[in-house]
Write a protein that binds this ligand. Sequence first.
Ligand code: DC
Length: 214
Amino acid sequence: MKVIAIDGPAGSGKSTVARAVADSVGLPYLDTGAMYRSVAFAALRRGADPDEAGKVAQIARSMALDMRNDGTVWVDGVDASIEIRGPEVTRAVSIVAANSEVRSEMRDRQRAWAIEHGGGVMEGRDIGTVVFPDAELKVYLDARPDVRADRRSKEVTDLAYETVAADIARRDALDQGREDSPLTAAPDAVVIDTSDLSVAQIVDRVVSALDRAS
Ligand code: DC
């Protein structure tokens, strides 16, 4: 089973690069951040406070989550692809992702997905460190905070740059500071600073690293 782990903070270029690498090497792609977002979405929809750890964990275990190959995300039979990217979910997701019981459930589902698909390109924060420490290739993408905020504010055009930059700083602190599987590069990860690289250049580097690894 071939797993390529692509980790890094928001705005590092992970999603774009992971999708392009998946296309280039012919493996399926999984956005694990969308899974944590789906838990936050399900919790909000069922009227749970993201801080209610036990209740949110119970929702994570019982929810039907379908990460489809066409990129859509279905939660309890509802297409949540748009709403999981919205401001409400984005505000709540770091708290949900710091919940150990939620993480344990999502890791099980991520491993099951990889087995079912015979491997894949998996994008997240802890894929190389915790979910698949034996991945064939681990990549950690990073970029300067101003570049990351700039990229995000081009995606979310209705928010001011300052709002986006503050949100990224807040999420970085929560993701890096949490006790359970904090965001960090695995010791054997290929670390790429994407600040001054084009998508094609980053994908080239990842594919060359994969050629060297296999
Ligand atoms: O990549 P993203 O912004 O969609 O991720 C949403 C949140 O989920 C973010 O706060 C980090 C968290 N996350 C995580 O803790 N572990 C992962 N493997 C993926 C995302």
